[in-house]
Design a protein around this ligand. Structure first.
Ligand code: AHG
Ligand code: MN
Ligand code: MN
Ligand code: MN
Length: 330
């Protein structure tokens, strides 16, 4: 039955972006161009990743980032690739990246947009051939184009995102993005060099049978979360944890589930970074009918105070996130 083997090479990402351009809040084509630039960089990164083990891109780069994490070579490669694509594209004036201590002013005097990016998510999985990702948020700058970048251009709430998305380098490479009218997923056809629409108008189940947490943290977290997890187990839920936020989120989006990275006694704000991890995925979650909370409020309502701040995060199926919030409020 060829119907069962249908090969989705119909609508390319480029064509899709173009057809949606009129939906954008400011339909000048600049945001479309940024999405294309990100897609291009992701193809290059996908190629580098697929050679891990053959070329010299695995292992440590020999430096630490501002989080005190040891940078992997691919963290640095991906950071360079995405930043370069956005610099050359000309529509972005500033980039916030996990791998850069400060805001990078791209010196694009016409750039109206600011991008926050986790160039390579799931660093610990690179060298062991497990799914990794890229996460991005796009904002409009607040101050006039061409003037020096101000704090208010960069420290915007997640609810101000004009677009956001992620790339998952998994069994295939996928790009999922939203401009605020639902979210769509595209799968990369490597030999054609194109992303094709494979997951139109994605929807996350309101409930799910998966809970996703680093169980090693449980001695250090709020016992109410443990009670919540006990409840999940009693309902027959399965534990799934990859350790790459993008991959864990994407699986739960498709199947239904909740991802938790709570505060711990050692890390009172948890681990996940607001500006370039939590916000983009929270935006996508809400667009597909899911939810994202820091335990008491929407992730998208958090007012950022610094580039690298962390937040506890509970993200996924709507009813599971509200159940978790309820458990925390007891
Ligand atoms: P990154 O590789 O971009 O630094 O992100 C790592 C994050 C996230 O991808 C993942 O969900 C989480 O760290 C895993 O943390 P633990 O190792 O504490 O489980
Ligand atoms: Mn890191
Ligand atoms: Mn990350
Ligand atoms: Mn990263």
């Amino acid at each position: 039955d060829t119907g069962k083997l249908a090969y989705k090479v119909g609508v390319t990402l480029d064509r899709f972006i173009k057809s949606k351009q009129q939906d954008f809040p400011f339909a000048t084509g600049e945001l479309s161009q940024i999405l294309r630039d990100i897609a291009l960089a992701s193809k290059i990164v996908s190629r580098e990743i697929s050679r891990a083990g053959l070329s010299d891109v695995t292992g440590s780069f020999g430096q630490t980032n501002i989080q005190g994490e040891e940078q992997q070579k691919l963290d640095v490669v991906a950071n360079v690739r995405f930043t370069r694509a956005l610099t050359k594209g000309g529509e972005v004036c500033a980039v916030v990246s996990e791998e850069e201590d400060l805001v990078i002013d791209l010196q694009n005097s016409k750039g109206k947009y600011v991008v926050a990016i986790d160039p390579l998510d799931g660093s610990s999985n690179i060298d062991v051939n497990v799914s990794i990702g890229t996460i991005f948020s796009i904002y409009r700058r607040k101050t006039p184009t061409g003037s020096p970048i101000q704090e208010q251009d960069v420290l915007q709430k997640g609810s101000e995102q004009v677009a956001a998305g992620y790339v998952l380098y998994g069994s295939s490479t996928m790009l999922v993005y939203s401009t605020g009218n639902g979210a769509n997923g595209f799968t990369y056809e490597r030999s054609l060099g194109e992303f094709f629409l494979s997951h139109p108008q994605m929807q996350m189940p309101a409930d799910g049978g998966i809970y996703t947490i680093n169980e090693g943290l449980t001695p250090y977290i709020n016992p109410n979360i443990l009670s919540y997890l006990e409840g999940c187990k009693r309902k027959g839920a399965s534990a799934r944890y990859i350790g790459s936020l993008v991959a864990d989120f994407h699986r739960n989006l498709l199947k239904g589930g909740i991802y938790l990275y709570p505060a711990t006694s050692q890390a009172p704000n948890g681990k996940i970074r607001l500006m370039y991890e939590a916000n983009a995925l929270a935006f996508i979650a809400e667009q597909v009918g899911g939810a994202a909370s820091d335990g008491t409020k929407r992730i998208l309502d958090i007012v950022p105070e610094n580039l690298h701040q962390r937040t506890p995060i509970y993200i996924g199926s709507k009813n599971m996130v509200s159940g978790l919030e309820k458990a925390l409020s007891v």
